[in-house]
Write a protein that binds this ligand. Structure first.
Ligand code: HEM
Length: 409
């Protein structure tokens, strides 16, 4: 048995095996002990779970409470990137990703109707239009341009704004506050300031919608007298943040990964019907949302280990998605692979509510981008691309790209 993994400066986030691959320590832990004891920087002991089967099992087991899921809020009020408490954190109204049943069930149920496959299909045309308009605007610019700024961030931001009824004109402030909130380099005060500014803004917005509802999801929710303004604000915060930060990073990092795999990119351009499968594979391969947290409400056996009641457990979706016991040659990007079954949207009762929306955005986004920019390439050496190792959602800070101007219509 290997020893307890002591991780002195936060979870392993440095990409020492390459921009798309898990940090080496994660791979080593998965190979030697997929359920590993872990000592956090403050000295308290917990666990890190890295194997596919054990991660899946854990996420399906509600004895592992999500009230420790500091993925969103807790980071901002505790040590960045690290849980410090050994008991469930207080609930934040509306933030159901960090709640357990029955509170989680009550709130999630109010949203499932708005995110069904059928409802998302109805939005598809609108999403394709948004992606195409953004590509029109990008084509008018003289390259090089930053793909994050001109394409990857605007598309999901426009989509989630339209869905929620958040004015897109306010994007600069909500994008900056979301980014600051997720930035593990910032001080606690700076993160709290970003969180407070964003929730104050959203609190005023949902209050206005309750008084004068429009035709959007937040207005529909505001009409439900069972929900308090604080709950509406928490829901709006969760949806706005999850709605733009995640997909934006998939579009940008996904483009980077495809540009670094030119044969697969060429194949995808020649056969766009391969795109849905390629999107699943990119989700698996990149696993941009990693390191979720759970809290053991009792002693629980997992993968031959006993996780003691009160332990904080870190769940690595990235390590799980690269487990050779589940996926052959897991570190190879293979757009022909049957990647469904990956854990990039989580598993169990908290499985991503926006996954169909994200899939449609990615299909529309990649399809348009590849078609419209057949000569797209990086405008700097790949090893100079700035990676988001300091952010709760992985990706690239910017992706300078260029193309042969005559070819982009
Ligand atoms: C939950 C990933 C896009 C809304 C989750 C979880 C993951 C995830 C891993 C599970 C968290 C946990 O178990 O603690 C992703 C990825 C996305 C994406 C990789 C993009 C590629 C979106 C979008 C929305 C969204 C576009 C839209 C609004 C949510 C919500 C939850 C969630 C509300 C909480 C669900 C619950 O607790 O029941 N997401 N997500 N996500 N996601 Fe996403």
């Amino acid at each position: 048995m290997s020893q307890t993994a002591a991780i002195p400066h936060g979870l392993p986030v440095e990409r020492d095996a390459g921009p798309f691959d898990p940090p080496r320590l994660l791979t080593r832990l998965r190979e030697t002990r997929p359920v590993s004891p872990l000592v956090f920087p403050d000295g308290h002991e917990g666990w890190i779970v890295t194997g596919y089967e054990v991660v899946r099992q854990l996420m399906a087991d509600t004895r592992f409470s999500s009230r420790q899921d500091i993925g969103v809020i807790h980071d901002a009020i505790e040590i960045p990137g690290m849980p410090t408490v050994t008991e469930p954190s207080p609930q934040v109204p509306g933030l159901f990703v960090a709640m357990d049943p029955p509170d989680h069930t009550r709130l999630r149920r109010k949203l499932t109707g708005a995110f069904t496959v059928k409802r998302m299909k109805q939005l598809e045309e609108h999403i394709v239009d948004i992606a195409e308009q953004q590509l029109d605007e990008m084509a008018r610019l003289a390259p090089p341009v930053d793909l994050v700024k001109e394409f990857a961030l605007p598309v999901p931001s426009l989509v989630i704004c339209a869905m929620l009824g958040v004015p897109y004109a306010d994007r600069e402030s909500f994008q900056a506050n979301s980014a600051n909130f997720l930035n593990t380099d910032l001080s606690l005060d700076e993160k709290i300031a970003a969180y407070t500014e964003l929730t104050t803004y959203l609190g005023e917005l949902v209050t206005r919608k309750r008084a004068t509802p429009g035709e959007d999801l937040l207005s529909d929710l505001a009409l439900d007298s069972d929900l308090t303004i604080e709950e509406l604000t928490g829901i709006a915060f969760l949806l706005l943040l999850a709605g733009h930060e995640t997909t934006a990073n998939m579009l940008a990092l996904g483009t980077f990964a495809l540009l670094e795999h030119p044969e697969q990119l060429a194949e995808l351009r020649a056969n766009p019907e391969l795109l849905p499968g390629a999107v699943e594979e990119l989700l698996r391969y990149l696993s941009i949302a990693d390191n979720f947290y759970r809290y053991a409400t009792e002693d629980i056996e997992l993968g031959g280990e006993t996780i003691g009641e009160g332990s904080t457990v870190v769940v690595s979706l990235l390590a799980a998605n690269r487990d050779p016991r589940r996926f052959d040659n897991p570190d190879t990007l293979d757009i022909h692979r049957k990647a469904r079954g990956h854990l990039s949207f989580g598993h169990g009762i908290h499985q991503c509510l926006g996954q169909q929306l994200a899939r449609i955005e990615m299909r529309a986004g990649f399809a348009g981008l590849l078609r419209r920019f057949p000569t797209l390439k990086l405008a700097l050496p790949a090893d100079e691309v700035k990676l988001r190792t300091n952010m709760r959602i992985y990706g690239v800070h910017a992706l300078p790209v260029t193309w042969a101007e005559a070819e982009a219509e």
